[in-house]
Design a protein around this ligand. Structure first.
Ligand SMILES: Cc1cc2nc3c(=O)[nH]c(=O)nc-3n(C[C@H](O)[C@H](O)[C@H](O)COP(=O)(O)O)c2cc1C
Length: 200
């Protein structure tokens, strides 16, 4: 998938391991990755994954030249313009705060602006929301986003592939996200249960 450009936004919801695995898989697939991390996303990455600086993310054997880090505050950056073509955006994990911000049409940081641009240009926007339980405001925001063209993909691993480890649970969610982004991957291969030949 040479040349495919994917925006990955990381926000302050629990689920840093999903984001790092997704980054890894996008990189392995040869995608060009535009990375935006909110300040609370940075905090969560530090708390959950010991990633102290965003630059650390790129030091783990990943192809740094294909990962471009963008300033969360820079609403005039490359991704703020629809004339820069990308092949989609994923927010993983997505907090209720960011979900609500985008659902209300606000674009006062680069994650909100890039999401707004992705929708207005008719490109794929995948929102990996993480919260439980969800309140009525979250549900309304999800419906609003879905009606605007986004795909709501809650971080909600299934158990029918008989996960044996936390990594298996992470790969279940990340595999579904990659499917939605139409990025080839081999996650969960060999873990299909007898009854399941495709993810529901
Ligand atoms: C340890 C920790 C875990 C959190 N987990 C979640 C979560 O799973 N989902 C969520 O919506 N917010 C969660 N929050 C709250 C968000 O971080 C908070 O609403 C923040 O304003 C989100 O900012 P952002 O959307 O700009 O990243 C968590 C906060 C902390 C400190």
């Amino acid at each position: 998938m040479d040349g495919r450009e994917i925006i990955l936004a990381i926000t302050g919801a629990s689920g840093g391991p999903y984001a790092l695995r997704l980054l890894d898989c996008l990189d392995k697939a040869g995608a060009h990755i535009h990375l935006i991390v909110s300040p609370n996303g940075r905090r969560l990455l530090a708390d959950e994954c010991d990633v102290r600086t965003i630059e650390d993310v790129c030091l783990l054997g990943r192809a740094c030249e294909r990962i471009r880090i963008h300033d969360y505050e820079d609403i005039g950056g490359l991704l703020a313009s629809g004339s820069h073509r990308t092949d989609g955006m994923v927010i993983c994990p997505c907090s209720s705060n960011t979900l609500g911000t985008i659902a209300s049409g606000r674009a006062d940081n680069l994650i909100g602006r890039a999401a707004c641009v992705t929708l207005k240009e008719g490109r794929r926007l995948v929102i990996v929301h993480r919260e439980m339980p969800v309140n009525g405001i979250d549900l309304e925001n999800m419906l609003r986003m879905q009606r605007a063209g986004a795909i709501i993909c809650p971080a909600s691993p299934g158990f029918y592939l008989r996960p044996a480890s936390i990594d298996d649970l992470i790969d279940f969610v990340v595999g579904r996200v990659l499917d939605l982004l139409q990025v080839p991957h081999t996650l969960n291969v060999g873990r299909q249960s007898g009854q399941e030949t495709a993810s529901p």
